[in-house]
Design a protein around this ligand. Structure first.
Ligand code: NDP
Length: 306
């Protein structure tokens, strides 16, 4: 039987003879993705109660960006049921799918595809993952909250749309490069409606920033040990919570500062779990709340071994 932990490439599809229900994550690089472990653990857990899932497997494929259109076509021909997309495919895939769920349209990116007769239907579960992680790990809801979001890349855009769609009280976005910040603000204005939307440089904290914000880091500052914190937390009137989308390392400079200040904090591991559980719900109709616990347990065990 195929080992679902092996990293596959498109050429492995030439002799594809897997007869079960196949799911896959596509990325480049993809070797270190935790999604196969997370999903295969949840599928094994489901199979213990429901034998339908005993033939479901989640694979990983290394697909360079130029090969994405061919990969999606071939995976459809080979009968794959669902796909997850990670760096750098989330935005590229928008032009390769037959339809996009309305909530994902303003995000301009998809991370989950479900098979249809004609091709693929695209969804984005990252925003759900963030909102659910905030509720679970720091007991905060986006609805009615003042939110400070750091970053203006793909993850920030998804998070910003989720904040606005859930009716946050105000959204304040900070980014290192002003041009990228303003491009994001322009994209978000039609989604914001009456919700106050502001942009600022991380080095110039606005004097009228409300106290008690939820602060979310969606920059990649913190991925490397010697990265500086993306903002000086001491310059912000006591945030209600600090959430860093980065999960490796588990404690970024921003989260270390939050701990020093005694603030409620969490890293991005629970977001990874909940976006994954929502993707599995889209493919299987099994509620995300059922599969999130085995996914979280698999990641916790992997981290304790690492
Ligand atoms: P992008 O490359 O699209 O965006 C990167 C962002 O980080 C930009 O705003 C960029 O600013 C900023 N940035 C990069 N380096 C620095 C730095 N040294 N100082 C300050 N700002 C910096 O990446 P994504 O949006 O896709 O991902 C962002 C982060 O979110 C990643 O760390 C990723 O791992 C994480 N993530 C976690 C998820 C989870 O499930 N937990 C899901 C998705 C993402 P500028 O415009 O100035 O270049």
């Amino acid at each position: 039987m195929l080992n679902s932990e092996t990293t596959l490439t498109l050429s492995d599809l030439d002799s594809w003879d897997f007869t079960g229900t196949a799911l896959a994550v596509l990325g480049h690089p993809i070797k270190h993705s935790l999604s196969p472990l997370m999903h295969n653990t949840a599928l094994a857990d489901l199979a213990a109660d429901d034998s339908r899932f005993s033939t479901w497997r989640y694979f990983r494929f290394d697909v360079p960006p130029a090969e994405l259109p061919t990969a999606l076509r071939t995976l459809h021909q080979k009968g794959f049921h669902g796909i997850n997309l990670t760096v750098p495919h989330k935005v590229l895939a928008v032009n390769e799918v037959e339809e996009i769920a309305p909530a994902a349209r303003p995000v301009g990116a998809v991370n989950t595809l479900r098979r249809t007769e004609a091709g693929w239907s695209g969804f984005n579960t990252d925003g759900y993952g963030l909102a659910t992680a905030l509720e679970e790990s720091v007991q905060r809801e986006l609805t009615g909250a003042h939110v400070v979001l750091l970053g203006a890349g793909g993850a920030a855009r998804g998070a910003a749309v989720e904040c606005l769609q859930r009716g946050c009280a105000s959204l304040w976005i900070a980014n290192r490069t002003a041009k990228n910040l303003h491009a994001l603000l322009d994209t978000l204005r039609p989604v914001a409606g009456d919700i106050p939307l502001h942009g600022f440089a991380p080095t110039e904290i606005p004097a009228d920033l409300p106290a008690g914000v939820i602060l979310v880091n969606a920059t990649s500052a913190g991925l490397h040990e010697d990265d500086p914190a993306p903002i000086d937390l001491r310059a912000i009137a006591r945030p209600a919570a600090v959430f860093d989308m980065i999960y490796n390392p588990a404690r970024t400079p921003l989260l270390r500062d939050a701990a020093t200040l005694g603030l409620p904090l969490a890293n991005g591991l629970s977001m990874l779990v909940h976006q994954g559980a929502k993707a599995l719900e889209i493919w299987s109709d099994i509620p995300a709340a059922r599969t999130a616990p085995p996914m979280a347990a698999a990641l916790a065990q992997a981290q304790s071994i690492a």
